[in-house]
Design a protein. Sequence first.
Lengths: 263, 109
Amino acid sequence: MRLCAIFLACLACVALTASAHAGDPPGHSAGAKKSGYLFASPATREMQDDDFNNPAFLWVEKGEALWSRAEGAAGKSCASCHNDAKSSMRGVGASYPKVDAKSGKLLDLEQRINLCRTDHMQATALAWESEGLLGLTTYVKLQSRGMPVNVQIDGPAKAYWEKGKAFYYARRGQLGLACANCHEDNEGHMLRADLLSQGQSNGFPTYRLEWQSLGSLQKRFQGCNSQVRAEPYPLGSEEYLALELFVASRGQGLPIETPSVRK
Amino acid sequence: MAEDVRPRLKIPASAKKGEVIEIKTLVSHQMESGQRKDKDGKVIPRKIINKFVCTMNGKEVFRADLEPAIASNPFISFFLKAEESGTLAFAWTDDDGSVYRAEQKITVT
């Protein structure tokens, strides 16, 4: 009986340490879900905390300028239809990836922006990881900063979500690791010199110090995949798109931090 | 962020005489170190901002030499004692000789 009590006390202790770190700042977690911010070093956090120090805002400025620049045969800009992004785009970024009602296909924010460009503006699509597309995506998602991640995973999105989930738990590459092996099984543990995070996507596009640049979530997926020595999928592929949805759903409720700064 | 270099400044619009103010600057630049090689094995030529100068009403108040180990989009911040109203001018000098400039007025009371 006494042994049992000791065991229970130990268990409670473990549960307590697992649920929250005492020194965590507020606004970066939702229950047991924790933003990558909480795994970042104090110096990196400081860069993110001040919009001036955050180099991602160089891209935001670019995106803001593009928002009202008319391009393409229709002579329209984003602002021609959506007016002021500060009000019209509020909350939009938090709900992507999303199934497009017209085509029934899953789209992420980058693809949504490019679809607007080709369909409504009759302009050329912007290339993945180009300054323009990253800038616009970040500018749009910034308008949802602080709002909870809120993606739809039922109805038409269900099949995509299932596909993304299967990808997340499938072992791949020469190292035979699934996303979950690092970001669920070993979250909070060290992988050599790196502290493994939960792999949440609420801060993307993110300025990575390693890249010395802003980058999309899909670019990060490619990095993860090549780290387990798997052949990365191309940017914009269906596999990564479905994975984007599943990863977003894991962080349902986490506040949007775009543009975040990570190591 | 290479093609169009854009400086950003964060300076208080006004300050009391004798007050120590923080000047923050950020400039978009790729800071190519000259140590890297491209896919064909050719060295990518060095292209960095090698000099940063801040002047107050034409008088130099801060200067820094930048080296290839500095990361892209260099962020430089420093402190200044506010003595007189005027214009703070900033200049970043590139390896290719081009100079990127920005300035901002400050009122000292």
